[in-house]
Design a binder for this molecule. Sequence first.
Ligand code: HEC
Length: 145
Amino acid sequence: MKAVPLSALSAIVLSVAACQPSGESGGKGDSKVDFVNDVKPILQTQCVRCHNDQSLMGGLNLMNRELAMRGSKRGPVVIPGDAEKSPLYRVTLLPAEQDHAMPATGAKLTDGEKAILRQWIDEGAEWPEGPEGTLEPVSIEPTKV
Ligand code: HEC
């Protein structure tokens, strides 16, 4: 049996370490934000319940890329490459008492979640087509009897 060369082992250790979330900053550090793993869960749990086919609050539907890119009744909400100009990110920064602060009710996003949205938009707001990029309003499971 041949021993695995040490250099190969340390390369593995290093690449595993590089995948760890960066912790304090809340963002993803050097690694790119991934829509399906990072962004979708935030929109899915915090936003889509009010921004979907049935509940078009502010005229905004976040169920897929095409609909989201149509924006709200006030215009585009995602400007790929520029989070600071994107209402989708900006509304999450507003203090809760402001009218446009999002989510409109309930808990605010954590700093980590805001950082993910910001990084995702700054990186070009990639949002896949098809089932991967489709969000459903979270519904409350009916109690089974
Ligand atoms: C409880 C319902 C509710 C939830 C949850 C919610 N919104 Fe909204 N949203 C609204 C309503 C109502 C409006 C329209 C009034 C307004 O613009 O303040 C709106 C409007 C918006 C707009 C348009 C603002 C503009 O200036 O055009 C954006 C962008 C938005 N929401 C993003 C989000 C995001 C991102 C989340 C999740 C972090 C979210 N919303 C969660 C109810 C909600």
